[in-house]
Design a protein around this ligand. Structure first.
Ligand code: TPP
Length: 331
């Protein structure tokens, strides 16, 4: 590429785009697997909810976004952060509660935010994200800069009044917004069939006058394609979309969850549906990438995660004198 050529669009699935997508999904998986192991040592403070198994959703959606775009996340937010460009090293330090962390060690797993990347924050309040992105979407619309705002939320959060009000408002105000319902089949231990009133969360979109799209969340390419259409529509002034992404979460609801409510579905999903395996099969089958390129990404990511943990463990914790700093932020 010459100096005068523009960078490729973030959503282009050329060789660089495919490698970027694979690296993002692999980074999320390796990050989550390692946090699972580190949590078991007892050295990570607070509550941790892991995203492993759901990587194709954050990656497929965020591959269409840039730094002017905003996302709001959930309590299961590490994957969304990584896909939106937040530094995994600073995230690991944050999860360990160290002052080198993204939020100087005061947010922890459930409150990682990086406004420089348009990451408005992971969120301990179920259903807290959708209203937030109505604010940034309205700001983008008024600024006329083409910025799009995305809310990720779970099947449980889809039943919250805040989520339903936000979708109504986004539609009434024709906001550049995307609502991504990440349906992993459970809200804690409650199966979605017990709490969601229709077979598909996306069916509810009709009631809000927006398109509702269902996508296989293990298939990066399917998410990428569906999100491309929804993001383009929002950028062009066409208003919001509800995208329902269906998959299985690999770990328990939180670290420490005994998972008595489910049996063999995780092993089944890992064996037959896993997003990384499927991606690999697809790009190798179509000769889009070489196996050695993917292996190289795996090694680079493994080294990055190792580094992140070593750095986090040796970093200082915030001092008592810093108790009241970083509490408020001007935005
Ligand atoms: C307003 C609110 N109500 C209840 C809770 C407790 N809670 C934490 S996570 C969770 C389940 C969320 O399920 P879902 O939205 O499907 O997301 P998932 O955990 O499956 O990713 C609940 C009820 C909370 N944090 N906030």
């Amino acid at each position: 590429m010459t100096d005068t050529m523009a960078e490729p669009a973030p959503d282009a699935l050329d060789e660089a785009g495919l490698l970027r997508a694979y690296r993002t999904m692999r980074t999320i998986r390796a990050f989550e697997d390692r946090v699972h192991d580190e949590f078991a040592t007892g050295d990570i403070p607070g509550f941790v909810h892991l995203y492993a198994g759901e990587e194709a959703s954050a990656t497929g959606v965020c591959s269409h976004l840039d730094d002017r775009d905003s996302i709001a996340s959930t309590h299961r937010g590490h994957g969304h952060c990584i896909a939106k460009g937040v530094d995994p090293k600073s995230m690991m330090a944050e999860i360990f509660g160290r002052s080198t962390g993204t939020c100087n060690g005061k947010g922890g797993s459930m409150h990682i935010a990086d406004l420089s990347k348009g990451m408005l924050g992971a969120n301990g309040i179920v259903g807290g994200g959708p209203p937030l992105i109505c604010g940034t979407a309205l700001a983008g619309k008024l600024a006329g800069n083409g910025a799009v705002s995305v809310a990720f939320f779970g099947d449980g959060a889809s039943n919250q009044g805040t989520t339903l009000e936000a979708m109504n408002l986004a539609s009434v105000w024709n906001l550049p917004a995307l609502f991504v319902a990440e349906n992993n089949g459970y809200a804690e231990a409650t199966a979605s069939g017990w709490s969601v009133s229709s077979d598909n969360i996306a069916d509810r979109a009709a009631g809000f006058g927006m398109p509702g799209v269902i996508v296989d969340g293990f298939d990066f390419f399917a998410v990428h394609e569906a999100a491309a259409e929804a993001v383009a529509r929002a950028r062009e002034g066409g208003g919001p979309t509800l995208l329902e992404v269906k998959f299985t979460r690999y770990y328990g609801h939180f670290e420490g969850d005994g998972q008595a409510y489910r049996a063999g579905e995780v092993a089944e999903a890992k064996k037959h549906s896993d997003c990384l395996l499927r991606f690999r099969e697809h790009v190798l089958g179509q000769a889009l990438l070489a196996g050695s390129e993917l292996d190289a990404v795996d090694s680079e990511v493994a080294a990055l995660i190792e580094d992140s943990v070593t750095a986090a463990r040796s970093a200082p914790k915030p001092t008592a004198a810093e108790l009241t700093t970083d509490v408020y932020v001007s935005f």
